[in-house]
Write a protein that binds this ligand. Sequence first.
Ligand code: ATP
Length: 282
Amino acid sequence: MIDIIHVSKTYPKQQVKAVDDVSLHIDSGEFFGLLGPNGAGKTTLIRILVTLLLPTSGEVQINNQVLTRKRADLKKKLSIITQENSLRYDMTLDQVMEWQARLYHIPLAVMRERREELLDFCGLTEHRKKTVRKLSGGMKRKLMLCRALLTDPEILILDEPTIGLDPASRRQMWDLLRRLNEKGLTVLMTTHYIEEAQSLCQRVALINKGKVVRLDTPAELISQLGPVAVDEFDGSQTRSSFFPTKEEALAYAESITNKFNMRSTTLEDVFLDIVGSGLEVV
Ligand SMILES: Nc1ncnc2c1ncn2[C@@H]1O[C@H](COP(=O)(O)OP(=O)(O)OP(=O)(O)O)[C@@H](O)[C@H]1O
């Protein structure tokens, strides 16, 4: 499990407070989402989680032990997939995995066995002799997933795992992540695709200006806003209103003259409501 305890980060030169007193507890086996607009502090927070950045104050604990750069035993439990494609284009898939094994001192025999399993799991076995430059965007993402799993982490951290992927590749990645989570892997991810968070995450934290402004299950966040939405177009823009029941939504819809559409509220509505409302902190 991960405990983020009163973590703040100020970038000294710019004096930007990117993360502002964030505390979060993420259980073992949880699928957890960090959502927030551009510049909210999500990437900074996950870089702190994997000790790529040091917090200005506060600490991170893994299984109740303080994480520092020197704690190789704790760092081994975490694996990160960053937003950037960090693969070498001249390497084959097999070579990418071998390279990773050497970096992490994984014995060759162990690497071979895991590589077979992981390439098969991600549906990449038939492409193993190709160089990275010949892979599609979706395949590259899957290879980054295989590489991140080679060290057999307890916690997988993903920064925008499906950015730039087409809908089919995105759903394939969702299935892989779901299956990994079902096997017990703790998953923490950031995403701008709110329907992705709604579909995958057991809990989400909404972050803005470095602070956690909401933390709950997607279903609870939707229920708090009102599970039935009425969109009305007033001739220049669409406005959404939210209601606890269909009856109340219908009563409202009948009282207006604008064209309307009634639908289920989504996590995206919650996100837009919070981000657009000046954000009161919980
Ligand atoms: N290396 C850096 N030096 C100075 N300021 C930075 C640095 N990295 C990020 N920031 C600033 O910190 C704040 C948080 O940025 P961060 O990248 O963590 O946000 P984010 O939520 O991940 O954004 P996005 O969704 O766009 O990836 C922003 O104001 C950003 O400009």
